[in-house]
Design a protein around this ligand. Sequence first.
Ligand SMILES: [Zn+2]
Length: 356
Amino acid sequence: MSGPAGFVWDPRLAAHVYREDHPLKPWRLRGVHDTLERLGAFANPRARLLAPRDATRAEIERIHDPAYVDTIVRASAEPDRDYSAWGLSAHGDTPPFAGMHEASLLTTGASLVAMDDVLAGRARVAFNGSGGLHHAMRRRASGFCIYNDPAIVCGLLADRGMKVAYVDIDAHHGDGVQAAFYETDQVLTISLHETGRALFPGTGFADERGTGAGAGYSVNVALPPYTDDAAYVRAFDAVVPALVQRFHPDVLVTQQGIDPHFTDPLTHLLLSTRAREHVVGWFASTPYPWVAMGGGGYDLDAVRRSWSMEYLLMLGAPVPDELHDQDPPVASGRQRAAIDTEADAAVREALAAAFR
Ligand SMILES: [Zn+2]
């Protein structure tokens, strides 16, 4: 279903630096914006460029403990002190840095602007590439994530009485979002990721299925390392459309980390732009209002091409060949059989654990 498609943009979303040698480089978004501009995407009559706003304290506290927010405010002003009890460490994954609170308010607010535009019916979908920070926990920073904007969006939508389907296609398990909604059936979380046996954060197995009213509403597809396009597309098609349609959400929220890409330096999945075109094309084909976010992505050219393509799909615009991978890897022989066997098992386990 096509309609207006929002793209949240402000150069300030791409200006903060975690640490000089840190793999998450917010400036990667400039390449996405500039590519789309060069391709004329923003001249499309369905395109809407949206300016971000700061998230409010109340919005952040929908998911995060006030004491944690106070800590981030302090770390933002005095980054050289010790905040290791809260998941921050100077040489670790999530370093404290000057201005981190303010930068995080803006990246979170950018997701909220996307949500607002979709809720108001001004856009059918809106994309915030600076969001999707799915590892942050209620009282702990984790995995490059400070405030969990996808969980905040899902929580605020649930507070309005809406049923939310959250689909996370980052290479890493969407653990923070899963944790936030583990006991409710109002938010269905589905995460397709590289198995926690091989990759951070080490969780996301099929038996993590939710508890109480939420039993069956946390769905995990733990894929083997080296999963390629063919195996991934088969897994996605077997799980996501059926469960999302069975759930019948009011809103679709997606986390579109592009670190499953075969050139990504941090993961072992082997996806190309072709699999992503299939998956994001399915999101675009659904009838649901849709709030879309970025996420991981550490090969900056893969980020640039993939998210540019994904926004064009949201617009219903043609995808130029220059955005696609020219030589995606294809497993064959014994490796092909091993990947397929493991991926199919992950699908069976995920479906068996899911709500009926
Ligand atoms: Zn990731």
